[in-house]
Design a protein around this ligand. Structure first.
Ligand SMILES: Cc1ncc(COP(=O)(O)O)c(C=O)c1O
Length: 362
């Protein structure tokens, strides 16, 4: 018998996540100098990692021979102080992606349903399918997430509902009022996964902590991969009622986040200056890109994260042409958006180069 014949049936049809291509790979494939390539494909931070985090990581490297504190006490304590929630209301993940998977372990079985928007972050669907559950995808309305349709798609089989604001790859947000009304209308048999991966880029992100305190069935997910510039470290966290966190802790591997990464994350939380600088630069970059698209007569979604979705006609062709010129963006055909590409907000110079090159290729 082959490995394939022995494998669980579900794994044979499980779709595979396609990340933005790394610079080295594009350089190899196209014979380009890696130093001349700009990657605006994965919503990474163009200003690098938080300097405080880097210093802490270097220090923590000296203890690389020891297992980390598997309870991540220092990180949960810092988060608890910063967000005003109990330490037992936080779970730390190997990126927030891992927490999405852990939620699958806790809640999903074959036959269950998970409700999400079309063109939402693909990991919601991948995790749903991995556990044999069924993704129920609700259409966007004018490229916005329509929370009434999301609510209407819930059935007695629904276990998880996924919502991100800002949403990736669309970039659009829902208002705090819309979100609160939505949470209050949720039936008691579903858990909302509210993905705040890009919340720190908003001046005033919706605050769901009062709803958590009231006992709403929800978990909020955050990441150190975006504004803190620690994507390679792989650290994220979730906060929720302690009952839910305790269930997720049962599904988690011991030492799921490495000690270097968790030390970096603790220090990053103290780097308010870096975060403020990145948030302000991102605002300027969003404006720069938006104005550039207007000049080129291109439709775009006025996103609030660190990326924009722009309609270029044939997304695959424009992606390829940009890549040949050393610019990596994200084609979003796999998200059902073949006419669009997603571009991460870069530094001023990177945005300029992107806009000039885009003008050449369209
Ligand atoms: C909406 C959304 N959620 C979660 C993640 C995962 O982030 P992490 O790097 O923490 O796994 C991403 C990453 O791009 C994202 O866009």
């Amino acid at each position: 018998m082959t490995f394939t014949e022995l494998a669980n049936k579900g794994i044979l049809t499980q779709p595979v996540y396609e990340p933005g291509k790394p610079i080295e790979q594009v350089a190899r494939e196209l014979g380009l100098d890696p130093a001349g390539i700009v990657k605006l494909a994965s919503n990474e931070n163009p200003f690098g990692p938080s300097p405080k985090a880097m210093a802490a990581a270097e220090k923590a490297l000296k203890e690389a021979h020891l297992y980390p504190d598997g309870g991540y006490y220092a990180l949960r304590q810092k988060l608890s102080a910063k967000l005003g929630l109990g330490m037992d209301q936080f779970v730390i993940g190997d990126g927030s992606n891992e927490i999405i998977e852990l939620l699958g372990h806790v809640f999903l079985s074959p036959g269950d349903e998970c409700v999400m928007h079309q063109s939402s972050f693909v990991v919601y669907k991948l995790v749903t399918l991995m556990f044999g559950a069924k993704p129920v995808e609700v259409p966007l309305v004018n490229m916005r997430q329509d929370l009434e349709s999301l609510l209407a798609a819930i059935t007695p089989r629904t276990k998880l509902v996924f919502l991100a604001s800002p949403a990736n790859p669309v970039g659009a947000t829902n208002t705090a009022e819309e979100i609160e009304k939505f949470v209050r209308a949720l039936p008691p048999h579903v858990v909302l996964v509210f993905d705040e991966a890009y919340a720190e880029f908003l001046e005033t992100p919706p605050d769901l902590r009062p709803l958590v305190a009231e006992g709403a069935k929800l978990i909020c997910l955050r990441t150190f991969s975006k504004i803190y510039g620690l994507a390679a470290m792989r650290v994220g966290y979730g906060y929720a009622a302690k009952e839910l966190i305790a269930l997720i802790q049962r599904a988690r591997q011991p030492f799921n986040v490495n000690g270097i990464a968790s030390a970096a994350a603790v220090a990053a939380l103290d780097d308010g200056e870096f975060v403020a600088k990145c948030r302000a630069a991102n605002r300027v970059g969003l404006k720069q890109l938006g104005e550039g698209f207007e000049k080129l007569g291109l439709e775009f979604v006025p996103g609030q994260g660190n990326f924009l979705l722009v309609k270029v006609g044939d997304g695959a062709r424009v992606f390829g042409a940009l890549q040949e010129r050393g610019l990596i963006v994200r084609p979003v055909k796999p998200y059902g958006l073949p006419e669009w590409v997603r571009v991460t907000v870069g530094s001023k110079e990177q945005n300029e180069r992107f806009l000039t090159t885009l003008a050449e290729v369209i």
